[in-house]
Design a binder for this molecule. Sequence first.
Ligand SMILES: Cc1cc2nc3c(=O)[nH]c(=O)nc-3n(C[C@H](O)[C@H](O)[C@H](O)COP(=O)(O)O)c2cc1C
Length: 169
Amino acid sequence: MTERPYQHSPACNTEDFVAALSLAANGVAIVTTDGAAGKSGLTVSSMVSVCAEPALMLACVHSKNEFCDMADANGAFAINLLGEDQQTISNVFAGFGEDPTLDRFTVGTWTTRDTRSPILDNALVSLDCALEESKTHGTHRIYIGRVLSVETCNKTPLVYSQRGYVSLA
Ligand SMILES: Cc1cc2nc3c(=O)[nH]c(=O)nc-3n(C[C@H](O)[C@H](O)[C@H](O)COP(=O)(O)O)c2cc1C
């Protein structure tokens, strides 16, 4: 097999990389899973659509997060993109609350659709996904899901940039 060019070039400095990427503006979502392996959810900004035909979504989760083993075994996850009125729930699912024993799913109203993955009422966009593939790269695990159903709510998105929430207004 031909060696890729630059394969052995040193990677860029981690601090510079993190600082540079903090300048980007990203939407915020809560990814969730539920099933025989258990229920879990966390706040992410690393979600994006892969393609429309078929409808595929991608999200990256730190491989040490309990979500990973559960989503892999449950074979499903949901992506709940948040509106600007949902900053509190973003903080709860990012673990910013003072009570580490809090059941995060007691905050907000949750339902399910095609899979058992929790779907947040009044999310900007909620996508229920069947797990298509997951793969670890570096510290994170990449999840690709085939979208089974999508729902939207007419509201302004929650945006995260420069290590804080920013208003689109
Ligand atoms: C705006 C925002 C975006 C985040 N994006 C990600 C992400 O894309 N992937 C990830 O693994 N963690 C991300 N996090 C961090 C996780 O939400 C956080 O580490 C996690 O909820 C901690 O979960 P635990 O307490 O269950 O370990 C983000 C946090 C915030 C506030």
